[in-house]
Design a protein around this ligand. Structure first.
Ligand code: ADP
Length: 360
């Protein structure tokens, strides 16, 4: 059993750089939380404060309800897996996995049992007598996880554990981490800049920008109903399209196009009539249809889908880029005219960049 509570946590480094502002999160027992955001947004700093590798400038950290804000890293009962595996090259896989327990002078029989059990979970049983250099990158990453598992920590912390792996191995190792999480039922905090990892792994995602939490929610909540333009553009690939539009009578007037609003959308936008807003449309919510003419620039066939990139042009405005992810195989050529319709629309306040949800 391990719950974590991060309460009003700030991090101000010695050089007065504030890396984290008022971070609040309650992690449930057995939950896999992914902290995601672009490089420099404060993810690692947050993880390192939880690990005890960085001081917490303001706020409180509770583990199972107990205040551990001032507890040294070694007494926190957490294990961290880094992107560099940092295995000892001269030791066997067995010795690498046993190392922390040997240091603690645990009973050799207990160590043996724990290493074998962890190797079993990770599919490393046949590799135990090998040296790290004889293993693939993915296997080495598993050994690094094995070193954490044998310690049976309360909380697992992962700092970009997959970023040194090639794309194929990343996918495979990601699925192993999911299975591992299912088997161990452990509380995990996982840092990545990769939105795909966040969507595929997380029970809940914490999306950060410039030290501030932008949204906390399930992958579907962040994908379906992003809090603001930052989250909308960060989650989803290719990113959401954005257009400046004016809210007209039953329709949105863009530059070079207009789209109808249904009754629900009109209600949501009631307070914005006559005003400019930002319209967001995911590439996968665009279909071929009568509403929006665009000039094709490139046509990328992905097999199941085609990415059609183009420009919406209007006499009095700069070209607006648009990318659609159409189902199946399309064969547009550079310069072709394509016509699109938007299936699902997201609305954002132009000034605050917050989602317009229309409550109240
Ligand atoms: P992320 O993990 O999201 O890439 P970090 O947590 O590493 O971001 O960094 C957040 C911010 O804190 C960045 O602006 C970074 O330059 C700054 N920072 C990180 N470590 C230190 C440090 N030891 N001293 C001063 N500033 C730091």
């Amino acid at each position: 059993m391990a719950t974590l509570s991060l309460q009003h946590i700030d991090k101000i480094y010695d050089n007065n750089v504030q890396a984290v502002y008022d971070f609040n999160l309650d992690v449930k027992d057995g939950e896999l939380i992914v902290l995601v955001g672009p490089s420099g947004c404060g993810k690692s700093t947050t993880l390192r404060m939880v690990a005890g590798l960085e001081d917490i400038s303001n706020g409180k950290l509770l583990l199972d309800g107990r205040d551990i804000t001032q507890t040294p890293a070694k007494d926190r009962d957490m294990a961290m897996v880094f992107q560099s595996y940092a295995l000892y090259g001269h030791m066997t896989i067995y010795e690498n996995m046993a190392f922390s327990l040997t240091l603690r002078k645990e009973n050799p029989n207990v160590i043996h049992k724990k290493v074998l059990a962890a190797a079993e979970v990770l599919g490393l049983t046949s590799q135990l007598n090998k040296k790290p250099a004889q293993l693939s990158g993915g296997q080495r990453q598993r050994v690094a996880m094995g070193r954490s598992i044998v310690r049976n920590p309360k909380v697992f912390l992962f700092d970009e554990p997959l970023s040194n792996l090639d794309a194929k191995l990343r996918g495979a190792t990601r699925r192993e981490i999911l299975l591992l999480h299912k088997r161990l039922q452990a509380t995990m905090l996982y840092v990545t800049h990769d939105q795909t990892e966040a969507l595929t792994l997380a029970d809940r995602i914490v999306c950060m920008s410039m030290g501030h939490v932008q949204q906390v929610g399930t992958p579907l909540e962040l994908y379906d109903s992003p809090n603001n333009i930052f989250v909308a553009s960060f989650i989803g690939l290719p990113p959401m399209n954005f257009f400046d539009v004016k809210v007209g009578e039953g329709k949105l007037e863009g530059k070079g196009f207009s789209v109808k609003l249904d009754a629900e959308e009109q209600k949501r936008l009631a307070a914005y009539k006559g005003k400019e807003i930002t319209l967001g449309v995911r590439p996968e919510d665009i279909v071929e249809g009568p509403d929006i003419p665009a000039l094709v620039t490139t046509n990328e066939n992905l097999g199941m889908n085609t990415l059609v990139h183009g420009n919406i042009t209007a006499p009095d405005a700069p070209a607006q880029k648009i990318v659609a992810k159409l189902k199946g195989w399309a064969n547009y050529k550079n310069g072709d005219t394509v016509k699109f319709s938007f299936q699902r629309k997201h609305f954002f306040d132009k000034e605050t960049t917050n989602a317009i949800r229309g409550e109240g």
